[in-house]
Design a protein around this ligand. Structure first.
Ligand code: PEP
Ligand code: MG
Length: 572
């Protein structure tokens, strides 16, 4: 039997299935008598507190080698347990409608779950599963059962085990640690679900979103899991098993080879040094960048500090987040992108009101229209620059006057700090993202005025080919290899070279090892990508001959022909 889901953590796992039971949210529904309201509310409050205590205990007993993400996810659950939107509303239902505690809690959970499900942002949408998992824990506490998930059956063993579950909560993950498990397969979840995040950080293969894997697989079944393609094979025939064992060995050898690359230089066969930078979304990810040998941070997407917040982070909170990254990077450059909000990324409660948000007031347009918000962020970034090398990156620049306005805003933020006596780096570098085709076409004045450029290929492709990057119906037309896209990238890199200004690529193209030779051939000398991709790309760089690739790519581009990256790979 073959099942197909989303592969979210690469690698092959082969082992016996351990199927986890689900805590049913089908709880008893009954109305309590008016004189039982007080005791029923107390029952819920006690259970909420017990679940909170349990979460706190798990957080404090986390071993040092537990993935960082786990602690953060436990925090999210603690916060949800304390959130009045959950607790107070459920208590109100007991009081006003005389629901029993379980009913009140699941009813309110459903309302919150629906609100999350309606959110546009994929990450936030998946947070609905946190609400469900938190409620499961409270219901467990009310029923007095602590191990309804039958995690206890996973003991330390030498055998490879594959955890098969409806969903896996962060608290489950903590309990699963210490047991030998080789992979995860779950009914629910997407690329940013807990299972995916934690599995990636532990380098354990995982497939999520399988739909019915828990009901189709039994304890003890032999399961093969391919964490790249998202395939799960149950009780495979011997020949398939053998083939997968070989693939597993090859993959392990490949990862071992990659790990050796961490401390070697990123240099092409013809001696060109290539900068390897990391893209991060949260301050904690800076450590991952260091672990993977990054030369610095090429893109800190600061909007992730703002997304989903009802109270915007103030200057001090932002300063803490930025300086944490700067300190972790210990002298390596940290490029902080100013708020890139709007279009597919909206703040809490802010509905996209424009007809076409991707062409509306987003990114730098949004910030220049809100001088106070922009000034707060600039001051916070400047203060962080007192602790190391900080560069400021402005998203979605299309006009020279946007640069002028940004420079004025920056000068004004510096004056504010001077008045306060706060320290900052007065020579902080200012760069822009090249994401709008107009900017890439008429790039010269930008290259002259700015200290550096960074090509955001995700948006550049979207705007060049008129393909909404979030619309799955046109995803097949989203083509990084379109000659027009490649010409815009080449034009930007060449202008940077002429002006003596560094140019990097920080869109997804930079992290795809299949495109590394093509980008080298376009003259790129700085790549910025998710930390987990750094070593794959470095491997390609060390095998490439940069100058030979440049000649080859220039010839093909001049003819306006499409480029087949596989051919480049074969030849140089
Ligand atoms: C890009 O557009 O390529 C980019 C790196 O920015 P984001 O994906 O955050 O829009
Ligand atoms: Mg972008």
């Amino acid at each position: 039997m073959c099942l197909y889901g989303k592969g979210v953590a690469r690698g092959y796992a082969i082992g016996r299935a351990v199927v986890l039971g689900a805590t049913a949210l089908e709880v008893a529904h009954y109305r309590i008598s008016p004189d039982a309201v007080v005791s029923e509310k107390a029952r819920l409050t006690t259970a909420l507190k017990a679940a909170q205590d349990e979460m706190r205990e798990l957080a404090t007993t986390l071993p040092d080698d537990a993935p960082r993400e786990l602690a953060a996810l436990l925090d999210v659950h603690s916060m949800l347990l304390a959130d009045p939107l959950l607790a107070n509303e459920a208590l109100l239902l007991i009081e006003a409608r005389h629901y029993n505690a379980e009913w009140a809690l699941t009813a309110q959970g459903q309302i919150l779950g629906e609100q999350f499900a309606a959110m546009e942002d994929e990450y936030l949408r998946e947070r609905g599963s946190d609400v469900r998992q938190v409620i499961e824990r409270v219901i467990d506490a009310m029923s007095g059962s602590k191990s309804s998930r039958s995690l206890d059956k996973i003991q330390k063993t030498d055998e490879s085990l594959i955890v098969v579950a409806h969903d896996i909560s962060p608290a489950d993950m903590v309990r699963l640690r210490g047991a030998s498990f080789a992979g995860f397969a779950t009914d629910l979840g997407g690329p940013t679900s807990h299972t995916a995040i934690v599995a990636r950080s532990m380098a354990v293969p995982a497939v999520v979103g399988l739909g019915h894997v828990r009901s189709l697989v039994s304890d003890g079944d032999v399961v093969v899991l391919d964490g790249a393609s998202g395939t799960v094979i149950v009780n495979p025939p011997a020949f398939a098993l053998q083939e997968y064992r070989q693939m597993q060995q090859d993959f392990i050898a490949y990862r071992e080879e990659l790990a050796l690359l961490k401390n070697v230089e990123s240099v092409t066969l013809d001696g060109i040094r290539i900068g390897m930078l990391a893209n991060i979304e949260l301050p904690e990810e800076a450590e991952l960048a260091i672990e993977n040998g990054a030369d610095g941070i090429g893109l800190f997407r600061s909007e992730f500090l703002f997304i989903g917040q009802t109270d915007l982070p103030d200057e001090d909170q932002q300063y803490q987040a930025y300086s944490k990254v700067v300190k972790t990077m210990a002298g390596r450059p940290v490029t902080i992108r100013t708020l890139d909000i709007g279009a597919d990324k909206t703040m809490d409660g802010e509905l996209a009101v424009t007809m076409n948000p991707a062409l509306g007031q987003r990114a730098i347009r949004y910030c220049l229209a809100r001088p106070e918000l922009f000034a707060t962020q600039l001051r916070a970034i400047l203060r962080a620059s007192a602790h190391g090398k900080v560069k400021i990156l402005i998203p979605m620049i299309a006009h020279m006057h946007e640069i002028q306005s940004t420079k004025l805003a920056l000068a004004s933020a510096m004056r504010d700090l001077d008045e306060r006596g706060d320290e900052y780096d007065a020579a902080v570098e200012l760069g822009a993202m090249v994401e709008v085709p107009a900017t890439a076409i008429a790039i010269e004045p930008f290259a002259q005025l700015l200290d550096f450029l960074s090509i955001g290929t995700n948006d550049l492709i979207q705007y060049t080919l008129a393909i909404d990057r979030a619309d799955s119906e046109v995803a097949n037309l989203y083509d990084p290899l379109h000659p027009a896209v490649l010409r815009l990238i080449a034009n930007t890199i060449n202008a940077g070279e002429r002006a003596g200004k560094p140019v990097s690529v920080c869109g997804e193209m930079a992290g795809d090892p299949k495109l590394t030779r093509l980008l080298l051939g376009l003259g790129l000398t700085e790549f910025s990508m998710h930390p987990q991709q750094l070593l794959d790309v470095k491997r390609e760089i060390r095998r490439a001959h940069s100058n030979a690739l440049r000649t080859q790519v220039a010839t093909i581009l001049n003819r306006g022909q499409p480029i087949d990256p596989d051919l480049l790979n074969a030849q140089n």
